[in-house]
Design a protein around this ligand. Structure first.
Ligand SMILES: C[C@H](N)C(=O)N[C@@H](Cc1c[nH]cn1)C(=O)O
Ligand SMILES: [Zn+2]
Ligand SMILES: [Zn+2]
Length: 471
C-alpha cells in the first residue's frame, strides 16, 4: 500500500471528524433563512483548503431573487494546489450545499449532526456531496502529511448552489475557461452513486433537468371552505387537475411531443442494458418493503433511469399539509414538477411543449383563477467517452483499491455544470462516485458508509497517480 493510502487508512477518525464539522453547517441552498449557513460552509472549505496548502479565491457570483427578496449567491471556491508545468492539471468539481432536511420529515436524529453506527455515517450531505468533497480534502491532507509530491496539479471548483439549479456557475466556468481553468487536462466529479451496493461504478452520462412551477392565484387570503366552498374556483383543484395531466401512473409522460424527442433504441444498446450486472429485486429492496418498480424487467428498469426521460411531481407550495383536518381553501398554490431530460431533448423546446400543453389544459378547466407556468431552471443531458484515459485512470484506481472492475453507468440524476465543463474546456469529464446505491441522497436518513468514504479517498489518490503515469 502506498504511503498516501496508508495515511488515509490510519486517519479514519480524523476524517470522520472533518465530515462531522461539514455536516453541522446546515448549508441548504434552497432556503432563504439558511443562506448564511451556505456562505459559512464556503468559508469553512476555504480555511480547510488553505490549511492544506491551497491558493484559494472566493468568487462573488452576484445575487438572486428568492421568495421576493434579493439574496447573495454563495461564493464559488476556486482553489489551486501545485503549478508544475510538467504535470497534468486535473480540475475537481463538487458542491457544498445540500438539500433541505427536517427532523419532522422522518429523520431518526438531527439531520445536521453526523451519527456513526458501525460502518454507517448518517447526516444531510454525507453522500451528496459533502462526503466526496471532504474526501478530496482527506486525499490532499494525506499527500501533505506524508510529504508525497502531488502527481498532478489540482484545481478545485466548489459551488454552493448545485441543489438549486447551479445559478451563476455556468457563466463563471465559461469565463474561467480562458483564465483559471485554461490548462485543465481533464475534469473529475464525485457527486453521484454506485448502481448497486456491491460494486463501484464509473459514470459517463447524466440526465438533464428542467424544473417547473404551476402558480395558481385565487382569492386574496385563505378562505373557510364551509363559507366559500362551492362559490369560488379553488386554486388547489386547478393545480391538482393540471398536474394530473403531465404523467401517467406507469411513468409515461403525457405532454404531447416530449417522448418523440428521444433517440430510438438500437438492438446493441438494449443488449448493453440486458448484460449489466443489476438485480431488480435487490434494487427494490434498497428502497421499499414491497415491490414498487414500474417493471420487473431489468433492462426496462435500467433504461427508465438512464436513457429515458421522466417526470416527477414534487409538491404543492401553499397547500395545507399538516396533521389534523384544517378546513381551508388555500388562496394561492404552486405545483412543482421536474422533467429529467435525455440526449436530443432541447431545454427550450421542452419548455415550449410544457407551456403549450398546460395552456391547452388550463382552457379545459374554465377557471377564473390566474394561472402561470414558470421554468425555474433547465439544463440538458450529458454523455462522455468512457474509454478516454481519464476514465481508464479511474477504472485502474478502483481495481487497485477494491479489486474489481467498476460498473459503467449513466446516472439518472443531474449535475448541470458537467456539460459546461465538457463544452467550454473541451476536455473529458469523468464521474467517479463515492457512495452506494442505498445512500438515500435527497431522502431522509441520508448516509455514507465509512468504508466507501475511506476507500473512496484512496481511489482519488490512486486516480491522480494513474493520471500522472499516462503520457
Ligand atoms: C446527482 C447530484 N448529486 C444531484 O443530486 N443533483 C441534483 C441537481 C438538481 C437539483 N435541482 C436541480 N438540479 C438532482 O439531480 O436533483
Ligand atoms: Zn450532488
Ligand atoms: Zn443532490
Amino acid at each position: 500500500m502506498s504511503a498516501v493510502s496508508e495515511y488515509i487508512e490510519q486517519h479514519q477518525q480524523e476524517f470522520i471528524s472533518r465530515l462531522r464539522e461539514a455536516v453541522e453547517i446546515a448549508s441548504v441552498s434552497g432556503e432563504i433563512e439558511r443562506r448564511p449557513q451556505v456562505i459559512k460552509m464556503g468559508h469553512w472549505l476555504k480555511a480547510q483548503l488553505e490549511g492544506l496548502g491551497g491558493h484559494v479565491r472566493m468568487i462573488d457570483i452576484g445575487t438572486q431573487q428568492l421568495e421576493g427578496h434579493t439574496v447573495a449567491l454563495p461564493p464559488v471556491i476556486l482553489a489551486q494546489v501545485g503549478r508544475d508545468a510538467s504535470k497534468k492539471t486535473i480540475t475537481i468539481y463538487g458542491h457544498y450545499d445540500v438539500q433541505p432536511a427536517e427532523l419532522s420529515d422522518g429523520w431518526h436524529s438531527d439531520p445536521f449532526q453526523l451519527t456513526v453506527e458501525g460502518d454507517v455515517m448518517r447526516g444531510r450531505g454525507s453522500t451528496d456531496d459533502k462526503g466526496p468533497v471532504v474526501g478530496w480534502l482527506n486525499t490532499l491532507s494525506a499527500y501533505t502529511h506524508t510529504n508525497t509530491p502531488l502527481p498532478v496539479n489540482l484545481k478545485f471548483v466548489f459551488e454552493g448552489m448545485e441543489e438549486s439549479g447551479s445559478e451563476g456557475l455556468d457563466e463563471l466556468v465559461v469565463k474561467e475557461s480562458t483564465g483559471f481553468l485554461k490548462d485543465t487536462d481533464a475534469v473529475c466529479i464525485s457527486d453521484n452513486y454506485w448502481l448497486t451496493n456491491r460494486k463501484p461504478a464509473l459514470t459517463y452520462g447524466l440526465r438533464g433537468v428542467s424544473y417547473f412551477e404551476i402558480c395558481v392565484k385565487g382569492p386574496r387570503a385563505d378562505l373557510h371552505s364551509g363559507v366559500f366552498g362551492g362559490t369560488v374556483h379553488e386554486p388547489m383543484t386547478d393545480v391538482v387537475k393540471l398536474m394530473s395531466t403531465l404523467v401517467d401512473t406507469d411513468g409515461k409522460i403525457t405532454i404531447p411531443g416530449l417522448n418523440e424527442m428521444v433517440e430510438p433504441l438500437s438492438k446493441e444498446e438494449l443488449k448493453r442494458y440486458e448484460d449489466m450486472d443489476f438485480d431488480v429485486k435487490e434494487y427494490q429492496d434498497t428502497i421499499a418493503d414491497h415491490p414498487i418498480t414500474i417493471s420487473d424487467d431489468k433492462a426496462k428498469v435500467l433504461m427508465g433511469r438512464m436513457r429515458y426521460p421522466s417526470l416527477s411531481l414534487h409538491g404543492i407550495e401553499g397547500a395545507f399539509s399538516g396533521s389534523g383536518a384544517k378546513t381551508v381553501i388555500p388562496c394561492g398554490v404552486k405545483g412543482k414538477f421536474s422533467i429529467r431530460l435525455v440526449p436530443n431533448m432541447d431545454v427550450d423546446k421542452v419548455e415550449k411543449l410544457v407551456q403549450k400543453h398546460l395552456q391547452s389544459e388550463q382552457k379545459k378547466l374554465n377557471t377564473r383563477n390566474v394561472v402561470e407556468v414558470v421554468q425555474l431552471s433547465g439544463g440538458p443531458a450529458w454523455v462522455a467517452d468512457p474509454n478516454h484515459w481519464n476514465f481508464l485512470a479511474a477504472a485502474k484506481a478502483i481495481k487497485t483499491v477494491f479489486g474489481v472492475e467498476p460498473d459503467r453507468t449513466r446516472e439518472g440524476g443531474s449535475i448541470p455544470v458537467t456539460l459546461t465543463f465538457d463544452e467550454s474546456l473541451k476536455v473529458n469529464v469523468c464521474l467517479l462516485p463515492m457512495g452506494r446505491a442505498d445512500d438515500g441522497a435527497h431522502s431522509t436518513n441520508e448516509k455514507l458508509n465509512i468504508s466507501n468514504y475511506i476507500q473512496g479517498s484512496k481511489v482519488f489518490a490512486e486516480y491522480l497517480e494513474n493520471i500522472a503515469m499516462h503520457d
